[in-house]
Design a binder for this molecule. Structure first.
Ligand code: EPU
Length: 338
């Protein structure tokens, strides 16, 4: 266990914050041992995965940071068509997707290039281009932070929703995911219907892409729209896309006939927060330290020399102006760490 560790390399916004205690987990058993230590029992804790979806709001974390870094990817079943692959929580998500694609396994390709680690993917049910983690998730193993006991959660038990799961909901802060099993397929089954995928493929002469071509196209589409965390601090989409009642949508549609929208299965309508933020005039806004990415208004960026508080303040101003203009409350997707 280390003390006074700077968390700057461990959060994709790149904010400086000192952790009182810091420990790296390389094996699920390490975590079970850690749970029995006095430091663990006395201190508040922060489970850190890729650090791609957190906002460190303070410059000192008065507690114990636990970095999940356990590795390993293994095929556990293969009947010729269906395949089950287990990945340890500390594996890099985009590398995992790349590996599955290179083996010809279908099921996670649209989630290519999403920064983060395997263990965090189910927590917020990562999603992109018409696919969500829950579509290929079979089960995961997790450790209870009070008892140290292992528990397996199947797909249903995770209560997945849009950027939501039981690990963010009812069981928030109680379990740490140590490994995930995915149910993948060997037959062609590509999802090309989402927004600009087809247009991009057509433009590049790939109406019927291979698995690898689709993966590479998604990486290119993301690269064109989202800032590279290695160059500009950010946490991907900062807000969730709000879902409004049909009546509210219809009233707005009168005023903004070009407003993009997606119908929800329950009759409500999802409106892209990026569009609302852009319409409210924020796209490309920045001061010396933080701003709103010029190519995708849903992404808040750290330009250097800023603090988590700068992002908190900016996000509140954006929420306020979107609410004033549209009467819609948008809420953060990113987790605020106190
Ligand atoms: N739009 C604007 N202005 C903007 C951004 C978007 O008008 O600045 C409009 C676009 O023109 C489009 C619509 O909003 O009509 C939707 O935009 P986009 O396809 O870029 O997707 P999104 O809803 O903004 C969601 C996810 C992303 C994911 C993409 C692609 C959420 C909160 N975000 O963004 O996820 O990559 O779809 O599937 O659901 C993430 O969670 O970190 C993330 C990047």
């Amino acid at each position: 266990m280390k003390t006074n560790v700077n968390l700057q390399p461990y959060n994709s916004f790149g904010f400086n914050a000192t952790a009182k205690y810091f420990v790296e987990i390389n094996d699920a058993n390490d975590l079970q041992r850690l749970i029995r230590t006095p430091e663990f029992k006395q201190e508040k804790h922060l489970i850190l995965s890729g650090g791609n979806n957190i906002l460190l709001t303070q410059e000192y974390f008065d507690g114990l940071v636990i970095l999940m870094n356990n590795k390993g990817i293994k095929t556990v079943a293969d009947d010729g068509n269906n395949i089950i692959v287990r990945a340890q929580a500390g594996e890099d998500w985009p590398e995992f997707v790349k590996l599955m694609v290179s083996k010809g396994y279908y099921g996670v390709e649209n989630l290519a290039h999403i920064p983060g680690k395997v263990g965090a993917a189910p927590v917020q049910n990562i999603g992109a281009y018409g696919m969500e983690l829950k579509d290929s998730f079979l089960k995961c193993e997790a450790i209870h932070l009070e008892t140290g006991k292992k528990r397996v959660f199947d797909n249903k038990e995770c209560c997945f929703g849009y950027r939501q799961s039981i690990f963010k909901g009812m069981l928030r802060g109680q379990y740490v995911i140590t490994s995930v099993e995915f149910q993948l397929k060997k037959q062609t089954d590509l999802k090309l219907d989402y927004g600009n995928i087809k247009a991009y493929l057509a433009e590049h002469g790939m109406e019927q892409p291979t698995l690898q071509q689709l993966h590479d196209a998604i990486c290119a589409i993301r690269d064109a729209k989202l800032p590279d965390v290695k160059k500009i601090g950010n946490a991907g989409s900062f807000f969730k896309n709000p879902v409004v009642k049909l009546e509210q949508f219809e009233a707005l549609k009168q005023q903004y006939p070009n407003m993009p929208h997606y119908d929800e299965p329950d009759g409500r309508v999802k409106i892209p927060a990026g569009w609302l933020i852009e319409q409210a005039g924020w796209k490309g806004w920045h001061d010396d330290h933080v701003g709103v990415y010029e190519k995708q208004a849903l992404v808040l960026v750290h330009l250097g020399g800023g603090t988590g508080r700068d992002i908190v303040e900016l996000s509140q101003k954006i929420q306020q102006s979107v609410e004033e203009k549209f009467g819609i409350k948008i809420s953060p997707e990113v987790n605020f760490i106190q």
